[in-house]
Ligand binder design. Structure first.
Ligand code: GAL
Length: 606
């Protein structure tokens, strides 16, 4: 590892059955030796707490600790992540093993950082319908509402005689005859997210008592089930696990032609989106904890990366400000679930294809100047709560919050822009030339105030301010933007194949709003309805724009914001931070850009 040029090694994240083969029988010798071997080779260790994989004996101790699915079936032992976040007994076990590790290794000279658990939410595990979750949810509701009457009023439980007399009458929102009250479902999403933060917070506190090393967690791609900004604020570093080819196949709804074109390179924007998101979750400090080094095992198809892509993805992460890129995994395991998942080494310990590229990029990085840190000119707001509210009430197939924000991110990147992704809080936005908050259903007053102080161009909508905190339509109708005379009188959702054209080019699809507005109309749909209105720098968009309409909207906003845009060749993306600019070719063929030929998998720094 050291010869290759690696400097960090993550270990231990699933090792509970070896650390404690029987309850209370602690076996640290092997881990002591691993720390010594790695430390003596000059490598820094990231120690993972093993709590994503409670061993089999844990179930005998806590038979009711399993997560339960929406049909009421326990999620059984035999893979991983089978615990319920709300189970106090299991949470105490997690704190116990974490404390033991922190005491033993918290000040070890080879320890460089911690990772709590592993990929919260992986395999759909944030939401659990267990008995433990039900009691904790009732308690959470009682704290929040104080009286069942207040809850009934907020949720509108008079509708369909759903009123409760006691908090203990409230069940989890599943197995109802038709959909549960969306207010009920929304509160359960908020609660479930809080339970992740509670579980993580307990581990963080246990580590901090015995260690000063920075603490991180490895998040995932397109995962919105819990508020990552909340857990991010508990720790020093955010990390994420980047599997560009697996994600393209498995997590994106783009058409087959797109998937074929990028099958060996990954989507040109998906990685960058998460780099920018997790930079913000980590309050500036972020890593890639797992980088795909070859074919994976879990997507519908698992092609090998194009030659050069392991180096390319690594460079892209550093261009977006990563402190470290770590590969998953070192050696391909010949046994168990991931035996078909590539490592830097083959199962026979011979170097696999990714090895030489990891070595090459390690050499390049050792010689390259640091990438400067600088604020981007564009702020794109991302809100986990909005993802839940869209999910709870999509109102039409394909109406997905992540997808909307991601398409806007992609539209900005195609114009050559660099972007900061931010939560909708009270932070100062005055440095941004352009601020976009698509789909933000429940903006807080602090965010509205921050927008009021901003000096750039602002694009809000669709669905901005469309729900109150209790999931009701606001009394004076959405969007309720101070300083902008616009009201959403009606909404409709559309099949993806029935776009409504916009005069001047492009269309709105999926989601469309009928606007009543005294503000200036910038664009109308073919039937003469306003779709984009403006008052000064404040813009409201009443629909889901297709790529070509989005391009027109963004180009115009950038012009008003004084931002230079480029119409980039389809496969080229740019990341600019301060005076450092990177150019990436995500395509399968060479592209001439600014007079220079950029080969496939090519990276230029200037
Ligand atoms: C991640 C996980 C790893 C491994 C990897 C496979 O989800 O953290 O443990 O499963 O994916 O690609």
């Amino acid at each position: 590892m050291a010869e290759l040029g690696l400097t960090w090694v993550r270990i231990g994240e699933f090792a509970w059955s070896r650390l404690e083969p029987d309850p209370g029988n602690l076996q640290f010798d092997w881990l002591d030796r691993a720390f010594d071997v790695l430390g003596n080779a000059g490598l820094k260790v990231v120690l993972g707490t093993p709590t994503a994989t409670p061993p089999r004996w844990m179930l005998d101790k806590h038979p009711d600790m399993l997560a339960v699915d929406a049909e009421g079936r326990p999620r059984g032992f035999g893979s991983r992540r089978h615990y319920c976040f709300s189970h106090d007994g299991y949470c105490a076990e997690a704190v116990r093993i974490t404390t033991l590790l922190a005491k033993r290794y918290g000040r070890h000279p080879a320890l460089g950082a911690w990772q709590t658990d592993n990929e919260y939410g992986c395999h759909d595990t944030v939401i659990s319908y267990s008995d433990a979750a039900r009691s904790a949810f009732r308690e959470w509701l009682a704290q929040k509402y104080q009286s069942p009457e207040a809850l009934n009023r907020a949720w509108g439980n008079v509708f369909w005689s759903m009123e409760y007399r006691e908090f203990d009458e409230i069940d989890l929102p599943t197995l109802t005859v038709t959909e549960p009250n969306p207010a009920h479902a929304m509160e359960f999403r908020r609660f479930s997210s809080d339970q992740v933060a509670r579980f993580n917070g307990a581990q963080v506190a246990a580590i901090r008592a015995f260690s000063d090393a920075p603490i991180s967690h490895n998040y995932m791609g397109r995962t919105t089930e819990f508020d990552h900004f909340a857990t991010g604020d508990q720790m020093e570093i955010a990390t994420w696990d980047s599997y560009p080819l697996g994600f393209l196949e498995d997590r994106l709804e783009d058409p087959p032609g797109h998937k074929r074109r990028y099958a060996r390179q990954g989507d040109p924007d998906f990685q960058a989106f998460h780099h920018d998101l997790y930079r913000s979750v980590g309050n500036g400090r972020w890593w890639v904890m797992e980088q795909q080094p070859g074919p994976v095992n879990w997507a519908p198809h698992n092609p090998a990366p194009r030659s050069g892509m392991v180096r390319f993805w690594t460079w892209e992460a550093f261009a977006h400000g990563a402190e470290c890129v770590s590969y998953f995994r070192w050696r391909q395991a010949p046994f168990a679930q991931e035996q078909m998942h590539a490592g830097l080494l083959r199962p026979d310990s011979v170097e696999a294809e990714g090895f030489a590229e990891a070595a090459e990029v390690a050499r390049e990085l050792a010689e390259a100047p640091e990438v400067e840190e600088a604020q981007a000119p564009v702020a794109l707001i991302f809100d986990y709560q909005a993802a839940w509210s869209w999910d709870v009430q999509p109102q039409g197939d394909g109406c997905d919050y992540f997808r909307l924000v991601f398409e806007i991110y992609r539209g900005l990147r195609k114009l050559g822009l660099s972007i900061d992704i931010l939560p909708p809080d009270g932070r100062d936005l005055t440095g941004y030339a352009l601020i976009l908050a698509p789909g933000l259903e429940m903006p807080s007053n602090t965010f509205l105030d921050a927008l009021g102080r901003a000096r750039g161009q602002i694009l809000l909508g669709p669905r901005f301010g469309s729900k109150t905190e209790s999931f009701q339509i606001p009394p004076s109708l959405p969007p309720g933007i101070p300083g902008l005379d616009v009201k959403v009188a009606r909404v409709e959702t559309l099949r993806a194949d029935m776009p409504v054209s916009v005069t001047g080019g492009g269309a709105v699809t999926l989601w469309r709003e009928m606007l009543e507005s005294g503000a200036e109309t910038l664009d109308e749909t073919e039937d003469g309805q306003p779709v984009l209105v403006r008052d000064g720098p404040l813009h409201y968009l009443g629909g889901w724009p297709d790529a070509s309409y989005l391009n027109r909207i963004l180009t115009r906003l950038c012009e008003a914001a004084g931002l230079a845009v480029q119409d980039l060749p389809a496969d080229i993306r740019i990341r600019q931070s301060g005076d450092t600019r990177f150019v990436f070719n995500y395509g399968p063929s060479p592209v001439v850009f600014e007079g220079k030929e950029v080969p496939p998998a090519g990276v230029i720094r200037d």
